[in-house]
Design a protein. Sequence first.
Length: 191
Amino acid sequence: MNTLRFLVSEITEQGIPCNTDVAVNTIQPPGVEGIPLERVSVSGTIMRVGEDFLFQGHVRGVFVHACDRCLELAEAPFDAVVLWTFKEGLAPTAAGQWGDIESADGADAGDLCYFQGPDIDLGPQVWEEAVLSAPVKYLCRNACRGLCPHCGANLNEQTCDCVKEEAVLSNTGLAGLADLFPDLDRKKSKE
Ligand SMILES: [Zn+2]
Ligand SMILES: [Zn+2]
């Protein structure tokens, strides 16, 4: 039983609470590329407002993906405040006429969704919200030191000799440069 589905006839003006963990595979639309969403839950209230229905609440979840720097698993939790208005009928196709409801002062007053049939399914909205909440980059911690580009050591857990050797090399590099012109001053004074 999908707990994100509500029978329209049962939704009252007082509202029906919705607090549920959602199995990611039940909201992923067929044929759509997956997202590294590990857990997702929905909490809030769906209520009747005149002819329409309103869901107000939170979509929370956790993305788990390899850290962009060190490849350890990184968790990225999100908590999105959502406000969805459901209208019965077909979504108008004219672009720009509908979509996000903008209030007079330009503030986003929530998303407008359309439903047909006897029930309202929050699943597609939950999926959309999760996709929008997916982080652009994954870091296991803000100060992740990443992997050594030379030996692959995880620099969060250990130091490797590459960094030191590099430092030594650059020092000797400068020293070597000076060695190429050991008697520069002397020659100058002779000329
Ligand atoms: Zn990392
Ligand atoms: Zn190294």
